[in-house]
Design a protein around this ligand. Structure first.
Ligand code: MTE
Length: 315
């Protein structure tokens, strides 16, 4: 990933999102608010409320990162490479209508409309750690449901071994996908992938909300995945296609720079990025760096997926 410059946090403490929601409900009803492009410093998004009971067993006890930070310090290269580009420019993304095609090596391929997704799958809140490969981290209360529930609906066949996720391709809505747009050398659309057992792991979450609200555009609205034991770039945003395949998918960052970004990309303090150490991380909102935990702290739950594998080679 390009590292442009250190984050600039000048915001005041954020109001509790639930207070924002009730104020917003009073003012303007429940429709999601997209930010107008070119507004300058982006305001904290105030999306429609999205209720979901917390899954305490799968949630960190740590306090979440401020909503304001989680929504203005983003990587979403379709909007540009600076951390504040997504919050400034994501108003151009239209998240309705939206559908996700689930296909490939499955018995019952299907196109899910986003409203159908919201009806079919019971939502829960999970507070997860997010660790970016750039050595910063956050704690985010996501709202979603296990990817396994979605995949079971389409019945993967015995020959499916990997799952490929594809982000929307639309240069009209994503300025970063326009030819010659400064900064990114990625091939569009953004593609990520998981091994099938990783995709079916109970921690792997299809995500449609955060902080009790619908997902803000800059965080990957209307639907993304979150894989908490891997570097953040494995968690593709604004997904339009999920494909079950036999061969390991060619993923965007691994294609762009295979020496720096592997297919597995499990959080691993013992394997440095060629240009920086992964031993410690900067938790956004904290002053001191903290040690990075193997598998981002989820080792008890996921290390067995990699038994017998050399994780230095399969970085
Ligand atoms: N998905 C797409 N389509 N495009 C991107 O640039 N960036 C990734 C990931 N998903 C990215 C993406 C990276 S590097 C990170 S760290 C996380 O999104 C950041 O998610 P967040 O902005 O919600 O914190």
């Amino acid at each position: 990933m390009l590292i442009k410059r250190a984050g600039r946090f000048t915001w005041s403490d954020v109001t509790d999102p639930r207070c924002l929601l009730s104020r917003r409900a009073l003012l303007a009803g429940a429709a999601a608010v997209a930010l107008a492009p070119g507004q300058g410093r982006a305001a904290t998004p105030r999306g429609a409320p999205l209720g979901a009971a917390r899954n305490a067993a799968l949630s960190l006890a740590e306090p979440p990162t401020k909503l304001e930070h989680a929504t203005t310090y983003n990587n979403f290269y379709e909007f540009g490479v600076d951390k504040d580009d997504p919050a400034r420019l994501a108003g151009s993304l239209r998240t309705r209508p939206w559908s996700v095609r689930v296909e490939g090596l499955v018995r019952t391929p299907r196109t899910f409309d986003i409203e159908e997704v919201l009806r079919l799958f019971p939502l829960e809140e999970r507070v997860y750690a997010l660790r970016c490969v750039e050595a910063w981290s956050m704690v985010i209360p996501w709202i979603g449901f296990p990817l396994a529930s979605l995949l079971k609906r389409v019945e993967p066949t015995g020959s499916a071994r990997f799952v490929e996720f594809t982000t929307l391709l639309d240069p009209k809505q994503f300025p970063g996908q326009r030819p010659g747009f400064f900064g990114s050398s990625l091939d569009w659309p953004y593609v990520e992938g998981l091994r099938l057992d990783e995709a079916l792991h109970p921690l792997t979450l299809v995500t449609v909300g955060m902080y009790g609200q619908v997902l803000p555009n800059q965080n990957g609205a209307p639907i993304r995945v979150v894989v908490p034991w891997k570097y953040g770039f494995k968690s593709a945003k604004s997904i339009v296609r999920i494909r079950l395949v036999r061969e390991q998918p060619a993923t965007s960052w691994a294609k762009a720079n295979p020496r720096e970004y592997g297919f597995y990309s499990n959080v691993n303090p013992a394997v440095s990025h060629p240009r920086w150490s992964q031993a410690t991380e900067r938790r956004i909102g904290e002053f001191r760096r903290r040690p990075t935990l193997p598998f981002n702290g989820y080792g008890d739950q996921v290390a067995s997926l990699y038994a017998g594998m050399d994780l230095r080679r399969h970085y």
